[in-house]
Write a protein that binds this ligand. Structure first.
Ligand code: ZN
Length: 48
């Protein structure tokens, strides 16, 4: 059984769980992913 179902994180912005994606897994950057999308990643940054 693939362990992909266990690979999920909670997005700190929208508080929603999101799963690993093939493009992240293939690049090996899943460990660096913190947000479910670039939209959330950008909204996390402080805007003056
Ligand atoms: Zn999010």
């Amino acid at each position: 059984m693939p362990d992909l179902k266990k690979q999920f994180k909670i997005c700190p912005v929208c508080k929603r769980p999101f799963h690993n994606r093939k493009k992240w897994d293939s690049r090996g950057i899943w460990d660096q992913i913190k947000y479910c999308s670039k939209k959330c990643q950008n909204s996390r940054k402080p805007t003056l």
